[in-house]
Design a protein around this ligand. Structure first.
Ligand code: MN
Length: 209
């Protein structure tokens, strides 16, 4: 059984950028619901249940599609994705990390996007253009190069063996209580709580995945 991670900071710690009520509902209700449905889908598949969510999505083609029927595949893709993506989201935010890229990732971002400021502009643009629910992603692609795109719903970069370094949830539940329909304000505010040391750690993990 997978379990809900506890936050490494208080629910209110990201205020005023992400409010405590949103954090409570997002973590305690939405993330919990993905987890419960993910575990339910795994209940008759003990071999798949042994995998981490990350590995289950990474090996979806060769392990899930060969051992589960279509309805279970869909549940594992949607709820496994939802579970894993929120694990990542809580991990890459903090009340007081570096607010721009550090280490080798800083160099890689400057090389790919000219500057951190240009990267931020492109990231927000992609997140704005995601129609409806989804996520904007910074990933390491199959050649271990940085790539930037959005995906709908809980479709995971991991399904394409792309390692997610950083992602921003643009489902309305991520911002509606505080920002209502103002997705641009949310997408500006989030940069005040992203922890680029944690994102650098993910970059290093992705290079060796
Ligand atoms: Mn969410």
């Amino acid at each position: 059984m997978h379990t809900l991670p506890t936050l490494s900071y208080a629910y209110e710690a990201l205020e005023p950028h992400i409010d405590g009520l949103t954090m409570h509902v997002h973590h305690d209700k939405h993330h919990q619901a993905y987890l419960d449905k993910f575990n339910a889908a795994l209940s008759n598949y003990p071999e798949l249940a042994k995998l981490s969510a990350e590995d289950l999505l990474w090996h979806f083609e060769d392990q899930v599609k060969t051992s589960a029927p279509a309805d279970i595949q869909a549940a594992l893709k949607n709820h496994g994705g939802g579970f894993e993506h929120h694990n990542l989201f809580w991990e890459i935010m903090s009340p007081n990390g570096p607010r721009e890229a550090v280490g080798e990732l800083a160099a890689a971002i400057s090389s790919k996007f000219t500057s951190f400021a240009d990267f931020k502009t492109q990231f927000i643009d992609i997140a704005m253009k995601q129609f409806g629910s989804g996520w904007a992603w910074l990933v390491l692609d199959e050649n271990k190069k940085l790539a930037l795109y959005s995906l709908p719903n809980q479709d995971s970069p991991l399904l394409s063996k792309h390692y997610p370094i950083m992602g921003v949830d643009v489902w309305e539940h991520a911002y509606y209580l505080k920002y209502q329909n103002r997705r641009p304000e949310y997408l500006e505010a989030i940069w005040n709580v992203l922890d680029w040391q944690k994102i650098e750690d993910r970059y290093q993990a992705g290079l060796t995945k």
